[in-house]
Design a protein around this ligand. Structure first.
Ligand code: MEV
Length: 310
């Protein structure tokens, strides 16, 4: 049986501004993954069937015009010039849905990997990313392309819309806690809100995006140099710009403040914001205390991740 997986993602710096052609930094969330496994279909009939366990949905490719997973399967078949096989693909994900952690892109990527492997032509990262981007467009309208990129490459990336992604290495591992507000926040709504406000206040928003671009470029240098001590204030500065952009919220603010009070060196929302997740920079010594502070402040789940290992 073929079984593949793809990680979730966190945006380290630059969310939202990246939609407006500024740079952003993202990293895979290797411990939180979506999986896809393939069985030869015996009971489901001819053609390709997708069982989306978390959505409690079964999709038959021949009947389903309007589902992102069906679109992903069709894109893979078209790309490979393959006929529809008679198989069942089961997809499931440990990544919270609508939490800004790339759950949709990860499920599409896992499906694309499994199906292309089954057809004997596994897609490489650029091809997979391109197809997942098409599905992201179907869901989100105007995605920057950063989610599909980091999830397909599974490496930290410096991303500017329309340019080839730059995979980069960290000078030393960075430990983060990812704390879930428990408030679902579909990315397209947060992105739509920013667009509406940008249309009314273009100059203010363009200036905000420029300041974030400056933070992103500094953060890349700091990460590559392994100067983790300088990272926290940059995260806090990015959070302030996101607040000014109107994508923070009381729940996010509570988690950011709690993380800082418990010893985190810097914290910010990650992804679309409004609800979703907060990332907090920790050390081996501070991690337990910051985790406890986040849970006490209302986080419904806290994941630990290390980026730049190995
Ligand atoms: C979502 O992970 C990041 C946003 O910048 C949207 C996008 O880049 O498409 C909010």
């Amino acid at each position: 049986m073929i079984s593949t997986s793809a990680p979730g993602k966190i945006i380290l710096f630059g969310e939202h501004a990246v939609v407006y052609n500024r740079p952003a930094l993202a990293a895979p969330l290797s411990g939180l993954r979506a999986t896809a496994s393939i069985e030869e279909a015996t009971t489901t009939g001819a053609g390709l069937t997708i069982r989306a366990v978390d959505l409690d949905t079964t999709i038959r490719l021949q009947e389903s015009a309007e589902h992102g997973l069906a679109l992903m399967a069709r894109l893979v078949l078209d790309r490979l010039g393959a006929a529809e096989p008679t198989i069942t693909v089961t997809v499931e994900s440990a990544i919270p849905i609508a939490g800004g952690l790339g759950s949709g892109a990860a499920v599409s990527a896992a499906l694309g990997k499994a199906l292309s492997a089954h057809l004997g032509a596994p897609l490489d990262a650029p091809a997979l990313s391109e197809l997942v981007y098409e599905v992201e467009r179907f869901y989100h309208g105007t995605p920057s392309g950063i989610d599909n990129t980091v999830i397909s490459y599974e490496k930290p990336v410096y991303f500017v819309r329309g340019r080839p992604p730059e995979v980069f290495s960290l000078g030393m591992p960075v430990q983060l806690l990812v704390a879930d507000t428990g408030i679902p926040s579909p990315t397209h709504e947060a992105v739509g809100g920013v667009r509406a406000r940008w249309q009314h206040e273009r100059d203010r928003y363009e200036a905000l995006f420029d300041r974030i671009a400056g933070i992103v470029d500094t953060a890349r240098t700091v990460l590559e140099a392994g100067a983790v001590g300088q990272l926290g204030p940059l995260m806090t500065a990015n959070q302030h710009e996101l607040e000014a952009m109107g994508v923070s919220s009381p729940a996010i603010g509570r988690l950011v403040t709690a993380a800082r009070s418990a010893g985190s060196l810097g914290a910010k929302l990650s992804g679309g914001g409004v609800g979703g997740n907060v990332i907090a920079l920790v050390t081996a010594e501070s991690a337990d205390q910051v985790r406890a502070g986040l849970l006490a402040a209302g986080a419904v789940a806290v994941y630990q991740t290390t980026i730049g290992e190995g």
